[in-house]
Design a protein around this ligand. Structure first.
Ligand code: FAD
Length: 402
């Protein structure tokens, strides 16, 4: 009898950890494992703001999938998922197709511009290694252009960041570190460069603790970041945002949108029932009504029943989804009962550049400054450890200032 075939779509936090755990929990004769991903490398999405600012090299933020997932055990397919034909247990890829007995969809997020006029066309977004690398190169080009122009335009040096959520704030933190370095390199006075964060809500980082947000804002303002809070972006033009009731125009040479994400569009294309771009999964992480399809990470809405709203999409949650999913796949193969996903909130730390950070850990204990910076690195390195052991930490880890 042939082995059941488990296909995992997307090699991000959820897909990598699910695949890794399945290789540990199942014997080779128990199941055939397949991992499909767009690229032959895996990147840490949580480091992309650093790649975009140029404070972390893109190669440190990624690794070859075959270096951490044994290709003799898992069939690695590097191709783009186009659609899931769930009635036929089949996945259409750009260059081929594949059948499955069990499917794990962990295709991550896509940018959501909420229909803001011109945003999709005129702003960069931090979505993957390539889009992040383009931002870094564009910023550096603006500095080079300014330093060699006959009539330099200071607007070219301004960097506008739309969205003051977690990603937007971490990104301006990296920019605050990178800009002085670029000014030195291109012999430009730091005071000529503006980093402006625009947030529609009354304050940045909505939902985050007031004291922590006040700390972050002070730290970033001290390093030259400007905030425009309660400022709705009406339009994104080629080189500006138009904001607020009076349609004020703020010009910049670089515009980055970090204000919203949604689940992969493959979900709706494949006929899943969608809520705000994601699938509200059952307690065991399966799609409602689907016996053999699990949906994880940023593609899944997992309800926080105590608060009556979904948990926020995080790498921490994606990795925990992977644990439940791999246990439940094993349970299905062994005809045992499946377990319910329970989120274990270990806290959240936001970096404010290389030298500062803030957040909460274990039961809402607040951390600021150096201890928070170290904790952020411990979190990043812990993931590398879970994926590839100490060897991977030594190769790709953040070891400075630990
Ligand atoms: P991802 O990790 O994004 O992986 C999706 C994978 O699917 C990728 O490899 C992608 O290439 C692949 N893929 C996508 N479409 C296709 C396709 N059609 N075909 C084939 N492959 C495809 N969370 C935290 O917990 N802490 C943080 O500090 C934090 N910081 C963040 C900073 C930034 C800049 C960003 C953008 C996010 C941050 N997050 C953080 C959120 C976190 O990164 C996500 O919640 C997490 O990556 C979700 O994991 P995932 O496996 O669902 O998706």
């Amino acid at each position: 009898m042939s082995k059941p075939k488990i296909v995992v779509l997307g090699a991000g936090y959820a897909g990598m950890m699910t695949t890794k755990r399945l290789t540990q929990k199942l014997r080779p004769e128990e199941a055939e494992l397949v991992l499909v991903n767009k690229h032959n490398y895996h990147y840490q999405t949580t480091w992309l703001h650093q790649v975009a600012a140029g404070t972390v090299n893109q190669n440190q933020a990624r690794m070859m999938i075959s270096d951490v997932i044994n290709p003799n055990r898992v069939n690695l397919i590097y191709d783009e998922v186009v659609e899931v034909k769930k009635e036929e247990n089949r996945v259409v890829l750009k260059n081929s197709e594949i059948t499955y007995d069990y499917l794990v969809i962990s295709l991550g997020f896509e940018t959501n511009t909420f229909g803001i006029k011109g945003m999709e066309k005129n702003a960069f977004s931090i979505t993957d290694i390539e889009s992040s690398r383009m931002i870094r190169e564009h910023i550096e080009y603006q500095f080079a252009k300014y330093s060699t122009a006959e009539k330099p335009n200071e607007d070219d040096l301004a960097i506008l960041v739309g969205g003051g959520g977690f990603t937007g704030i971490e990104f301006v933190g990296e920019l605050a570190e990178k800009v002085p370095e670029l000014c030195k390199k291109y012999d430009i006075d730091r005071s000529k460069v503006r980093i402006i964060n625009v947030e529609a809500a009354p304050r940045i980082m909505p939902g985050f603790d007031d004291e922590l947000v006040a700390y972050a804002k002070r730290s970033l303002e001290d390093r030259g970041v400007e905030f425009r809070e309660g400022a709705k972006i009406n339009e994104c033009k080629k080189n500006s945002f138009v904001i607020g009731d009076d349609n004020e125009e703020i010009k910049a040479g670089t515009i980055v949108w970090t204000g919203g994400v949604t689940g992969s569009s493959i979900l709706s294309k494949s006929g899943f029932e969608i809520t705000k771009g994601k699938v509200t999964v059952d307690g065991d992480m399966r799609a409602p009504g689907e016996e053999n399809i699990f949906i994880l990470g940023d593609c899944a809405w997992v309800m926080n029943e105590a608060e009556g709203k979904p948990f926020p999409p995080t790498a921490q949650a994606a990795m925990q989804h992977a644990e439940t999913c791999s246990d439940n796949l094993k349970a299905l193969l062994h005809h045992e009962p499946m377990k319910k996903f329970v989120f274990d909130d270990k806290g959240t730390v936001a970096s404010l550049g290389e030298t500062d950070a803030m957040g909460t850990v274990f039961n809402d204990n607040k951390l600021y400054g150096k201890p928070a910076v170290s904790m952020k690195k411990v979190v990043d390195n812990r993931y590398l450890f879970l994926l590839g052991g100490p060897k991977l930490i030594l190769k790709k880890g953040k070891l400075r200032m630990l």
